[in-house]
Ligand binder design. Structure first.
Ligand code: LP5
Ligand code: MN
Length: 252
């Protein structure tokens, strides 16, 4: 079975959330696949900062999941984009690209974190471009942890401050960006997180095309269960289902 989650925003300040994650993963069995679509962590300062950020228990939990034979796949979000191969290897996780194609039966499904699709949010796209530059990352990771932490806290503060002045539309995905990325990958199903607006959207511009958005984990877990015949999105005690038509691949 395949399951997908995103936007837990784990932090050492919230041990109850880690407990919820532990309870959720307990139902996964050997041979299952778990896809984490970014922002598993509240913020990430580099793979050398696990102890500093109080994430040793989270690391142990992730390792125990992969030790049980569950395939762990991780694509980074705008909070934990600095999570790298060293941490992933320690936890037995595969790192996958922000535009990852998941083949399930006859379906090709595009997986993303989602922030790249928020193209109306110019300030975010500028910030994103800067922090995704290898030279910027090299410089940041070379700084002492305390300095990195201060910068991250300032960025978080500025982000919250900036969000208060943005309209909900600006912070949602742009429909043209969605259309373009789905056409480029020739998919009719896109799954992402980031916006914390869980839903199954039918995309009007193409027949039988859907955008499915995972929820965050406040107040409770949100996940997608995926099979060859369809998917179920769970959030806040609600379940939305989508049946795959089958055989419609590559029509876009
Ligand atoms: O994260 P969220 O959901 O609150 O908001 C996002 C966008 N914000 C971000 C910024 C992150 O929250 C910061 C994450 C910290 C990562 C830690 C490591 C790297 C440290 C980097 C230090 C420079 O992604 C927000 C969107 C919103 O989603 C909805 O889509 O609107 O975008 C912004 O707020 C863009 C802002 O312009 C970001 C401004 C950050 C400015 C940083 C300056 C700090 C300089 C420090 C120099 C000493
Ligand atoms: Mn995000």
């Amino acid at each position: 079975m395949i399951q997908l989650i995103s936007d837990l925003h784990l932090s050492a300040d919230d041990p109850a959330l880690l407990d919820q994650f532990r309870q959720y993963v307990a139902q996964l069995e050997s041979g299952d696949e778990l896809y984490i679509l970014g922002d598993l962590f509240e913020y990430w300062l580099g793979d050398d900062a696990v102890e500093f950020l109080g994430h040793l228990q989270a690391e142990r939990l992730l390792s125990s999941i992969s030790d049980r034979g569950v395939q762990l796949n991780f694509l980074t979000g705008n909070r934990d984009f600095l999570l790298g191969r060293s941490f992933a290897d320690r936890c037995g996780m595969n790192l996958i690209a922000d535009e990852h194609i998941l083949n399930v039966g006859a379906e090709r499904i595009l997986l993303m974190h989602g922030d790249r699709l928020c193209t109306d949010d110019i300030a975010h796209q500028q910030f994103r471009t800067m922090v995704r530059t290898p030279s910027w990352q090299e410089g940041f990771l070379a700084k002492p942890l305390v300095e990195r932490d201060a910068m991250a806290k300032l960025a978080r503060y500025r982000s919250e401050d900036g969000k208060a002045a943005k309209t909900p539309q600006i912070m949602d995905v742009n429909s043209t960006a969605v259309d373009e990325v789905m056409r480029a990958h020739r998919v009719r199903i896109l799954i992402h997180g980031h916006t914390h607006r869980p839903a199954v959207h039918e995309i009007g511009s193409a027949d039988g095309a859907y955008r499915i958005v995972l929820g965050d984990w406040a107040p409770g877990p949100s996940w997608i269960r995926l099979t060859e015949t369809g998917l179920e999105l769970q959030f806040a005690g609600t379940c939305k289902r989508l049946a795959f038509r089958g055989g419609a691949n590559g029509r876009r």
